[in-house]
Write a protein that binds this ligand. Sequence first.
Ligand code: 5AD
Ligand code: SF4
Length: 507
Amino acid sequence: MAYTEGFMYFRFPNFIKYMEILELQHTIHDETKQGEAFAPFTADPNQYKKRFYIESYGCAMNFSDSEIVASILNTEGFGATKNFEEADLVLLNTCSIREKAEQTVRKRLTEFRKTKQKKPGMLIGILGCMAERLKNKLLEEEKLVDIVVGPDAYRSLPALIEEAEGGQKSVNVLLSRDETYADISPVRLDSNGICAFISIMRGCNNMCSFCVVPFTRGRERSRDAYSIIAEANDLFSRGFREVTLLGQNVDSYHWIDETKNETVTFAMLLEKVALVSPHLRVRFSTSHPKDITDEVLYTMAKHENICKYIHLPVQSGSSRILQLMNRTYSREWYLAKVDRIKEIMPDCSISADIITGFCTETEDDHQETISVMEYSKYDYSYMFFYSERPGTLAEKRYDDDIPEETKRRRLAEIIEVQNRLSKESNLKDIGKVYKVLIEGESKKNSADWKGRTSQNKVLIFPKENYAFKAGEYAMVKVNECTQGTLLGKIVTPNPLKGIADILISKK
Ligand code: 5AD
Ligand code: SF4
């Protein structure tokens, strides 16, 4: 049986297990959404003269960028469609983080070939990290591509489309030191109307040796704090009840408010967003262990509506490998950070990203990764085997010397450890009562609600006769669990409404 990369591994050996893991995954890199096309509801289908179709791959940042692209295209008279065959413009927002992500996009392009033959006027554009990495080369290699646009050049899309409509292939992959798209109001493409992403910064200055992101997304820059707060306020007033502040490294958010001559740190921003409303949940991703401060942890502890969950990628448990990865912390330093989180917020859940088979990794290094997992008791992890990326520091400096078979075997081993840790973590929740934000009906059963705890665990519970709606909070007692999901029962009516407001329609 073929293994695939990362936690996609689950898809083949055990589909049920895979589905459970997906329920447990948060929305940061959602495998269920990879490559899915999204389009918002429009009341008037004739509002737009042309149609665009967009598929997104990779991290939440890319999905969030697609919403900015949609907004830019709307103002140019393009409306979204979920059917690429009727589109005038087909866009793929791509990811380069691992080789497999790029292969997926190449394969997808061959599927568009037939449609383009039938409809020669249809334009095909590649956006995102693959566009940035491959630039003009992409036009040579993929003849049917008309437009190539890097992550900092989306404002030039209208001009590039015009050029391409005139028969000219067009490219803009300029990276910027200050583009944050702060003034563009994203069109929410795949929205449950409850949870939304807010991009707070772009790029990354960290230069982890395995990572292509600093090359594809450029230097780090932070978005104007006022525009972030305005976006959070707007989302709340439209009924959204959870925002996730997004950035490659949110803890290094740093914005100077020139009107007050004040520096806004990530902790300060987090507090400002939390103060939008106590009924708006705030999450963030991703943190770098070297940058998350006590100030951030205390701010999280202070505000009930800042979710008690931190995604804290470890990558490896071996100090020697961490140094080769240029992560700038040691195993001990990371473990001390885990201790600090638990000391300040004993109920905080932690997840991680882990890479197996990085250059020179020995069995002892691998065992050190397992022991960090055991110590940190991750509620879940995103696990990958190392995929060498052209142009990265690791590609230039080190030999990719671990056989693929070993990388995959180690990956399977850490997945097994994580499965056990996730199950143990869920078992500990049995008997506890959680405040759950209801996101919608359970996919498996319309008589059940699906919501999330502050710790980012999915909790499924029967609707019974309570008059709850999506976007409301319920107090739910956990009675059972699977590896990936908690199952419970409502114990008290909506804590944000008076009991008199609750309609219990017992006949
Ligand atoms: N190979 C495997 N995994 C990688 N990641 C980043 N680059 C690579 C690579 N070259 C993983 C890291 C990162 C996550 C987003 O993807 O774990 O945190
Ligand atoms: Fe890549 Fe490291 Fe930046 Fe994350 S922090 S995007 S892994 S370079």
